[in-house]
Design a protein around this ligand. Structure first.
Ligand SMILES: *[C@@H]1O[C@H](CO)[C@@H](O)[C@H](O)[C@H]1NC(C)=O
Ligand SMILES: *[C@@H]1O[C@H](CO)[C@@H](O)[C@H](O)[C@H]1NC(C)=O
Ligand SMILES: *[C@@H]1O[C@H](CO)[C@@H](O)[C@H](O)[C@H]1NC(C)=O
Ligand SMILES: *[C@@H]1O[C@H](CO)[C@@H](O)[C@H](O)[C@H]1NC(C)=O
Length: 373
């Protein structure tokens, strides 16, 4: 009997693992797309200047013992916190890491996110290599081919129906637009409204493509208040305690168009498909306005790196010998000039996971993850 079975060992392993799926631990699957807010190491494998593979990045990331992993923060990303908040113990591995699509890890999901990337293909070109959203979706197609090759179409479809697809993108498209243009690369700038519309329509194309490939549960995260991050406040010469209102108006206009589009997609796609819109803008604004109440002491400066150009965060920071790493990382909202600290990520993630309609619509991420079909 065994000799007549043509299945390759990976298939046996997969079917065995699949049979274990109904058990309560590690039972959620996450496919993650986006930028450095959720990159867990893909850029380690690219030729790019957008990298977080050296200390002090990762200094508070317990699973690596404080070693850098490629996460662009001191500890866990928002997705890491959400995954753990659901009771899962392993994080979706970066797609470019060896064995990311292997029988032992595939049920956790895969992370395709890449620092410096955007919704639009050309975003981040100054950083040289990065994986634009469209390419990330192509990589997911390869993961899907692997699943179909081992599980078959029907089981793959069932598996993907219950997986959650999170897209955290758009920040770099906006940042690139706001940056002073370099004369050599100068081209006529789109009007803000055209940028917003192009971002929404291209993101919609990627969402529809994922839907065609079998995705049914989506989280689409809006762009946060980038007008308040140290980098933008420096290049726009904005005083402490203030934000660039021009930047934030551009973002709010984009978020409004995106959330409307998400609502339309929910109506168009029928009851088997859910798009949750995650309102990161209002969550982060509220956190920043009430930072003292959340236990933070500094909402203006990056914990790592100086608060004036070039704002870079790198180098060995052994104990108190460092002048560019803050003393208490839990008291800062910003880790570096662009990214929140783990402490801020925990607050944001918990609101997305368990918060009400101001955080996520039509419902929160715990409900999205735990619903089954
Ligand atoms: C990847 O797979 C190869 C062969 O299956 C194995 O030797 C190696 O240890 C794996 N690497 C990781 C990081 O799991
Ligand atoms: C937007 O999507 C269209 C259609 O797929 C594509 O041709 C175009 O290159 C995309 N634009 C950018 C800037 O990525
Ligand atoms: C896959 O599903 C279709 C439609 O439900 C069914 O007709 C077909 O027999 C299934 N294929 C396998 C291999 O189970
Ligand atoms: C940090 O400061 C303390 C007391 O000022 C000193 O004992 C210790 O050696 C310093 N550590 C490092 C790594 O410089």
């Amino acid at each position: 009997m065994a000799s007549s079975v043509a299945a390759s060992p990976p298939l046996c392993v997969l079917l065995f693992l699949l049979s274990l799926r109904p058990h309560p631990t590690a039972s959620y699957t996450s496919f993650v797309f986006g930028d450095s807010l959720v990159d867990t190491g893909n850029n380690n494998y690219l030729f790019t200047i957008s990298k977080a593979d050296s200390p002090p990045y990762g200094i508070d990331f317990a699973p690596s013992g404080g070693q850098p992993t490629g996460r662009f923060t001191n500890g866990r990303t928002i997705i890491d916190v959400i995954v753990q908040g659901l009771g899962d113990s392993s994080f979706p591995p970066p797609y470019l890491a060896p064995n990311a699509s292997s029988s032992s890890t595939i049920f956790v999901g895969v992370n395709y996110a890449s620092g410096a990337s955007g919704i639009l293909d050309e975003t981040g070109s100054l950083f040289i290599e990065r994986i634009p959203l469209g390419k990330q979706v192509q990589y997911f197609e390869e993961t899907r081919d692997y699943l179909v090759g081992t599980l078959g179409e029907n089981a793959t479809g069932k598996f993907l129906r219950n997986a959650v697809f999170s897209i955290i993108a758009g920040s770099n498209d906006i940042l690139n637009y706001l940056e002073p243009s370099i004369p050599l690369f100068e081209k006529t700038k789109l009007p803000p409204v055209a940028l917003q519309d192009m971002m929404v329509s291209n993101l919609t194309l990627h969402l529809k493509h994922l839907h065609e490939l079998g995705a049914r549960k989506f989280v689409v995260v809006g762009v946060g208040p980038l007008g308040c991050i140290p980098y933008i406040r420096v290049i726009k010469l904005v005083a402490d305690g203030r934000c660039s209102s021009a930047a934030n108006q551009l973002i709010q206009g984009y978020n409004m168009k995106l959330s409307r589009r998400i609502q339309e997609l929910n109506e168009e796609m029928g009851p088997e498909t859910v798009f949750v819109y995650a309102n990161s803008y209002d969550i982060v604004r509220e956190l920043m306005q009430n930072y003292l109440r959340y236990g933070f002491e500094n909402v203006d400066d990056p914990c790592c790196g100086l608060s004036f150009p070039p704002l870079l965060c790198f180098g060995q920071h052994d104990g108190n010998s460092s002048s560019v790493l803050c003393k208490d990382r839990a008291k800062y909202v910003f880790w570096d000039a662009y990214h929140p600290t783990e402490a801020a990520n925990i607050i944001i993630a918990n609101k997305l996971l368990d918060g009400g309609a101001t955080a996520a619509t039509p419902f929160n991420l715990r409900r999205l993850y735990t619903s089954r079909s």
